[in-house]
Design a protein around this ligand. Structure first.
Ligand SMILES: NC(=O)c1ccc[n+]([C@@H]2O[C@H](COP(=O)([O-])OP(=O)(O)OC[C@H]3O[C@@H](n4cnc5c(N)ncnc54)[C@H](OP(=O)(O)O)[C@@H]3O)[C@@H](O)[C@H]2O)c1
Length: 235
């Protein structure tokens, strides 16, 4: 994969964009407010990066990263995303996304819902269980930091796996979209597993410098993970 589209230029989209250009991958990045708001970011990213509309970011590559809130899926350029492999970083935060019954009742995981919202695309879940500031801190760590990858389409999962590796992480095939609750918020394999110390984050999680988590450690955490009570989620 030598080029990707990224929709979402916030904490996660920006972090992935930086790793991509560092890896020699061409990036077209979009947000909701328009290209004029991306001038500084694109200048910072350098010659491998361009800004675009969401339509242009979707059309730029067969692999498109979505680093946006769940509520924004409805406003995506659906026709342009048809046939694409989607790397979705999204999580469900009811205070931001509103309460979603199929998630609260465990009828679907967040990734399965995203797949129903983008029926013409092939959704793969990755980078949703690591806090944004840990991404540059842990990329290319020795040993490589392991990240779970969930997906139903084997080819799409392979493409995302290759991208995760190119960005400096050790991808782990963690199963299907229906199993992706294993790395959702409040599960046993969410962001605090990458914290510096064994007790997870302290009062100021942004001060945490992170710790490489090996593939063995991640696989054990995923196997022991518990399905969170999404309906009780307050954040
Ligand atoms: N932050 C973390 O540490 C973290 C960790 C793991 C997973 N996640 C998940 O990853 C996703 C992105 O998180 P984030 O922290 O990067 O969010 P963020 O900083 O709030 O950025 C969200 C981005 O989405 C863009 N956006 C919103 N609606 C859009 C639309 N309709 N079309 C195009 N772009 C749209 C925003 O555009 P504007 O800039 O124009 O407003 C913004 O660039 C979320 O689902 C989050 O839950 C976050």
């Amino acid at each position: 994969m030598n080029q990707i589209g990224i929709i979402g230029s916030g904490a996660i989209g920006k972090a992935i964009a930086h790793l991509a250009v560092d890896a020699g991958i061409q990036v077209t990045i979009a947000n909701s407010r328009g290209t004029e708001t991306l001038t500084d970011l694109v200048a910072d990213l350098g010659a491998n990066a361009h800004s675009g509309t969401t339509q242009e970011a979707a059309a730029f590559s067969d692999l498109v990263v979505l680093a946006i809130p769940l509520a924004a899926y409805e406003r995506l350029p659906h026709a342009a995303l048809n046939g694409k492999t989607i790397l979705s970083t999204g999580n469900y935060y009811p205070h931001r996304d509103g309460r979603i019954q199929v998630l609260d009742t465990h009828e679907m995981t967040t990734a399965e819902l995203e797949q129903t919202l983008l029926p013409g695309a092939r959704v793969v879940k990755a980078f949703n269980n690591i806090v944004a500031h840990h991404i540059p801190l842990l990329a290319n760590s020795e040993p490589r930091t392991a990240l779970p990858v969930f997906g139903d389409d084997p080819r799409a999962k392979d493409e995302v796996t290759d991208l995760v590796r190119a960005l400096g992480f050790h991808p782990i095939d963690a199963g299907s979209l229906s199993e992706s609750w294993r790395a959702e918020p409040e599960s046993g394999a969410y962001t605090a597993i990458y914290a510096e110390g064994p007790d997870g984050f302290g009062d100021d999680y942004l001060a945490d410098r992170g710790r490489p988590l090996t593939a063995d450690e991640l696989e054990k955490l995923l196997a022991a993970s518990h399905r969170p009570d999404v309906a009780a989620r307050k954040f």
